[in-house]
Each structure stands twice: as structure tokens, then as C-alpha cells.
Design a binder for this molecule. Sequence first.
Ligand SMILES: [Zn+2]
Length: 427
Amino acid sequence: MMKALMLICDGMADRQVAKLGNRTPLEAARTPNMDKLAKRGVCGLMDTIAPGVPPGSDTAHLALLGYDPFEVYTGRGPFEAAGAGIELHPGDVAFRANYATVDDALVVKDRRAGRIQETGPLEAAIGQIKLRGADFIFKNTVGHRAALVLQGKGLSNEVTDSDPHEIGKKVLRVRPLLRTLERPQLLRAILTGGIRRFVGRRRRSTKTARLLNDFSRRAHEILKNHHLNIERAKKGFPPANYLLLRGGGVVPHLQPLQERFDIRGACIAAAALVKGVCRMAGMKVIDVPGATGSVNTDLNAKVKAALKALETHELVLLHVKGFDEASHDGNAAAKVKLIERTDKELKPLISAADFVVLAIDHTTPVTVREHTGDPVPIVIAGPSVRADEVRVYSERAAARGGLGRIRGKDLLPILADLMGKGKKFGA
Ligand SMILES: [Zn+2]
């Protein structure tokens, strides 16, 4: 049985940096192990979503697992909820929720309720709410964050956020998106989908908005009277007395990897969004204690877990964080250092499986401090690849590789084919 290891380095790709002698951090860093992979394998550039489209973490990983993000993605909520371990069904609508602090006039004073940590009792109290017309699951994720999933018939993600995304503003009433459209947009929606479809969409979004406003009002009642919050207020901490909702998305049906490619997959990641995408793709999500997702994440523990997972799985995805953080901070020196450290830590992995894929989910230039649409370098090393002339792993070197330029959603079909699991199209 062929095994494959997929290393995804979050935001490691970059643009040239003047301070680094017009090299990228990846070009400036000493990376003997990554270079060894480049020598052994076939290299190329990858547009994770599409040329010029800056990927999010969720859409990037959907593509890397072979799905078309334009087809299956409607919002971040479902992947956050799946990452929190909530079992989802196609058609459910999931939202991200923040415990926040509001005053008596519902004006937001703190969008994170003083970064509250102990929210367990609040979660339990919220769970007691009964909604008319739908069931729901509410679960805390990390710190002040939580996920809300509505389950039932006739739901929609076409609603506005209740989160005003700013301090000093009043929380927003959730509104059906189709009611807030300007006239030309509204006409277009009617003309493209037909009047009956439009009416159905509007009914679903109106119902969902009502459910969410109902939920928000009752959650506020419960939270503001909760003893934990009364104690917090006494001690001078901001009470977690409101749940701000945003990022609504419909849970898509994702054909499991095992069914589509006949590949048993496992994932090792610290980021909830990445875990969520992998779980929804039917992969086993392996939690590694100590892997915090920050620059100081315990990479060594993740590497060990990946080696172990390879014993029982054909595909292991290892998501390595930190580069993206250094990039958002605009810290080129820290990024170079982390790349070099990572290269050392990855040494045991470069020959741990028949196939090793080294990829990056998106470019995050330290000069921009945000994700951009530049393509990322990629290597596939393994026994059946047509190795090319590329000797080092970097953005510019990979451009001369034998893979040429591919899309993120092409990667898994290519890998599956190399592993002998390609499916013939035609007779
Ligand atoms: Zn980022």
C-alpha cells in the first residue's frame, strides 16, 4: 500500500523583500531538507483557488483536498463548527459566535468579553433555549469563541451578521439578505433564479433571520442574569452578556476522500478551521497536545504524531503554522528563522512515506501582511514522479518545474494517480 504525506506550510510563500536582498524569506533561509525534496521530486506553482484570488484558510484546504471551493463554500461557519467537533448534516446552517460585552442599550463595549476563558457554564445555560421551528447546537470552541448550528427544514445562510464588527456600535438585528438588496440587485436575483426560486429563498432567509433574532434575545436574557457574569462584573471584568453572530454558511455535502479516491486520510493541525475541513472530508483528526498553532507550537510533537499516523493511514496531512503569523506581523527575520527551524524539524519526514508533498496554502507577503493571490511553490516527491531540474524549494525556482502551474483542486487527483489510484475517464 502506497503512503503519502502532505506537508502544508501556512502562509510560507512570499514576495521578494528589499531587506533580504530582494529575495523571498524562503530563498533567504537555509533549507537543506526542503531542497532535497525539490531535487527528488517534480516541482511547480499552484494557484490554490484560482489565479489572483487570495485564499482563506478554509477555502484553501477545501481545494487542497480536491474540492472546488466555488461549488461547496458559502461561509466559514460550518468549518469552524466541524473543527469544534460538532456533527453536521448537509443543509444545516452554521455561524461563528463571539461572547461579547454590551451595555443596557445593546452597544458593544468589548467584542471578546475581556477574552473570557471560563465559558463552560454559559454554554450549558445557552443549551437550554428552545427555538420555534428549528433545533440548534451551541458549542464553545476556544476562549471567547463558539459555534452555533441551526438544524431543520427551510434554513438559509442568506442573512446578515448580528456582529457590528466595531466597538461603540449597537448590535445589529439579523436581516434576510434578500430584503436588504438594492433594486437592481433584487431584479437580477429574480431574473436569474426565477420568481418561484426567489420566493423560496426569501422565505428561508426570513425564517432564519427570525430564528437568529429570537436566539440572540434569549441568549442575552440568560447571559446577563447568569451568576458567572454577575461575579465577573463585581470583580471589574467585562461580562460575557451577548453572542455576536457572523460567518453563516450552509453545510455542504463533501464526498469523503475514501469514497472519491479510495484513500484513508488523517490530519494533524492546530487550527480549528483546518481540522474542520479535514473532518468534513472524512479524515481522522488527530489532536496533538502542545500544538497550539502559534510560532512556538510544538512541531516536534506534530512530526511524531504524523509518523505514527502514517502506520495506519494512506494519506497524512500535516499543517504547520507560524509563518502566516510572522507574515501578518510583517516580520521577515522571524519568518526566515522559523523556516530554517521548520526545515530541521521536518527532516525525519522527508523519507517517511512513499510520496511526500510539500505545499503552501497561500502566499502571505511580509510586506503586505495579508493573504495575496500569488501562486505558491509545490513539490511532489515519490517513486513514480518525473523528477525535473529544480534543485531548491522556492517560489521562483518552482516556476521552472515539471508540474507547471496547477490549481489547488488538481493536487489530490494528481497525487492519487501517482499512487496508482487514478480513475480512468472514458473507455
Ligand atoms: Zn493568515
